[in-house]
Ligand binder design. Structure first.
Ligand code: FMN
Length: 133
């Protein structure tokens, strides 16, 4: 059913970002073409190298590629995808999406997307020692 579908995976800065590796692997096994966009915060949790290797595509996180002025085309990415999945979606990114902010490539791609967008919000439940009995 997923064979040859094009899925754009957006990864935000959450401890759940490690699950993006497994999700990418599962999608690739189903014959999906996967491209990944990460926020800068997400790259602190899981490396672009991991997701680039698993997705077999370069991972994008910046508007501009290098000092030559080449840029990553968020509109093209948004048009390319059959579905965009933002997983994990941080509270920060969700708030920016709700208000139409556009200060990174993931958000610009989201705002440009013409396809359905699926969102998997994530918040770690870390019990502080202060709250332990
Ligand atoms: C260890 C750790 C775990 C975090 N987990 C989450 C989380 O599950 N959900 C969330 O919304 N933010 C989480 N954050 C906070 C985000 O990383 C932070 O708000 C960041 O600015 C999100 O940036 P982004 O939305 O551009 O990816 C976590 C931060 C740290 C240090």
């Amino acid at each position: 059913m997923l064979q040859n579908k094009k899925i754009l995976l957006g990864v935000c800065g959450s401890i759940a970002a490690y699950k993006a590796a497994h999700l990418t692997r599962l999608l690739i096994k189903e014959g999906v073409e996967v491209r990944v966009v990460m926020t800068n915060a997400a790259t602190k949790f899981i490396t672009p190298l991991t997701l680039a290797t698993l997705s077999k595509n370069p991972v994008l996180s910046d508007f501009v590629k290098d000092k030559t002025g080449q840029w990553n085309n968020h509109v093209e990415l948004g048009l390319w995808a059959d579905v965009m999945i933002i997983a994990p979606a941080s509270a920060n990114t969700l708030a920016k999406m709700a208000h139409g902010l556009c200060d990174n490539l993931l958000l610009a791609t989201y705002l440009s997307a013409r396809c359905p967008v699926m969102i998997a919000p994530a918040m770690d439940l870390d019990i502080s020692p202060l709250h332990k009995n």
